[in-house]
Ligand binder design. Structure first.
Ligand SMILES: [Zn+2]
Length: 439
């Protein structure tokens, strides 16, 4: 019996050795070569023609001139020789748990009041798939809008390979103050749920940040302004929410964890508090005055303008809401070029989810270009610049050795017509082809 047992042990040990050897065998590391007609690498301002991109496992191994390089033996060859190849795109402001809020279908509130969390999670799996299909291989998702820590689960499902989707940087519940987030307008006797976690005072602020960080938030999202309207002198006014002290507690806590804080801020008092409190990125920034731009430059604050979102669902022109909607877009059209020419660091963000996921995410590019950004800079804002903001420079948003093999391709030249990016025909994430419609 003893002998039998030791034989069995040896047998199992031998099987383990075989399994380990199989694990290290090269067949488990797909080895792929892309022949690219043109490469926009996300970082450089010039386009390189006729390149060979060698991919091993989930990383880019080399990029070289196809004329001089030899195609290594044993590699799968992907022919994109008539296409323009770019790094996977990064959308720095999304909401995978929102679905466009058609007022006719119950608007924002129905999400929280009627939809089971499982339904919202199921719809979020469709959102992330949609993003990946369009060439967005990374998202910074800026809060779940009442779906709690649902984004932690979706991120895990993508990473474990259960569902296809981009790599996610998530912010979980977001933070605002009493009177600073919906649901609103219900009987005061009712204790309504809210889309964000509401805090009052620096102690509660820090506690909320700690909770969210401990449950997996990669970023903390803070609402520094809430309602907005047109003021007596025709200016855009925004209601401020957190105090500087409250925000400072959040920023201090979050920076201690080595993470960053994104601040929703339209303008005025709330935007200045966001900057005084040390936030890392200003979201929307509709109304940036000169002092704000100077402070952003000094502090190295990122600007994620989300222009497209403000051209959707305008109320009728002769209503207060309609005037506010038009004013938002009008001041944004002044702020964006001012920030751009002053040299503020700009990242691409759509606020998709606020906009229906059935719409193209790349609709933000033409807005940026129309307001004075070069097509190359707009592409970089959705690639290497965003990677820098996400503390992943050289790893995301670039076609270069050592970067993750997140690669997309389009037919035609997006520098000549930026709208071409609305038709991404090849998508690879982590070295695996997700979609290839290049003819
Ligand atoms: Zn948003």
């Amino acid at each position: 019996m003893k002998i039998y047992r030791s034989l069995l042990f040896l047998g199992v040990a031998a099987l383990l050795v075989v399994a380990q050897e199989n694990n290290s065998s090269p067949t488990l590391h797909p080895f792929t070569v892309i022949r690219a007609g043109a490469v926009i690498d996300g970082k450089s301002d010039s386009v390189r023609r006729n390149q060979l991109i060698v991919i091993r496992g989930d990383r880019i191994e080399s990029v070289s001139d196809a004329a001089s390089a030899k195609i290594p033996t044993g590699a799968d060859l992907i022919d994109l020789s008539r296409a323009t190849v770019l790094p996977g795109l990064i959308d720095s402001h999304t909401h995978i748990f929102l679905q466009g809020e058609d007022p006719a279908q119950g608007g924002y509130d129905i999400n929280i009041l009627k939809y089971p969390l499982a339904l919202r999670a199921a719809r979020a799996t469709v959102s992330v798939r949609r993003a990946l299909e369009q060439g967005f291989t990374t998202l910074r998702d800026l809060e779940t809008e009442g779906a709690g820590y649902g984004d932690v689960g979706i991120k895990e499902a993508i990473e474990e390979g259960y569902i296809p989707g981009p790599r996610l940087f998530i912010s979980t519940r977001a933070i605002s103050t009493t009177g600073g987030y919906q649901l609103e307008g219900y009987a005061p006797e009712l204790d309504m749920p809210t889309g964000a976690q509401l805090i009052d005072g620096p102690v509660e602020a820090r506690k909320a940040a700690r909770e969210q960080l401990s449950h997996g938030a990669d970023w903390i999202k803070v609402y520094m302004t809430h309602r907005s309207w047109v003021g007596k002198n025709g200016e855009l006014v925004s209601q401020p929410t957190l105090t500087v002290e409250e925000l400072k507690a959040i920023v201090d806590e979050t920076h201690g964890w080595g993470k960053k804080v994104a601040c929703h801020a339209y303008g005025g008092i709330g935007l200045h508090r966001a900057l005084d409190g040390g936030c890392d990125s200003i979201e929307h920034g509709l109304d940036l005055d000169d002092a704000a731009i100077t402070q952003m430059l000094k502090q190295g604050t990122w600007y994620c303008p989300t222009i497209s979102a403000y051209y959707h669902d305008w109320a009728p022109a002769d209503t207060p809401d309609g005037q506010r909607d038009r004013k938002r877009a009008a001041v944004h059209e002044v702020s964006f070029p001012k920030a751009l020419h002053a040299g503020v660091k700009i990242v691409f963000g759509t606020d998709i989810g606020g906009i229906s996921w059935s719409e193209p995410m790349a609709q933000e590019f033409p807005h940026m270009v129309e307001l004075g950004m070069s097509p190359m800079a707009a592409i970089q804002s959705a690639t290497s610049r965003a990677a820098e903001m996400l503390d992943m420079p050289g790893q995301l948003g670039t076609i270069a050795p050592g970067a993750y093999a997140d690669v997309i391709a389009v037919n035609g030249d997006p520098l000549g017509d930026i709208k071409i990016l609305q038709n991404v025909q090849f998508v690879m994430k982590d070295g695996k082809v997700f979609k290839n419609e290049i003819k």
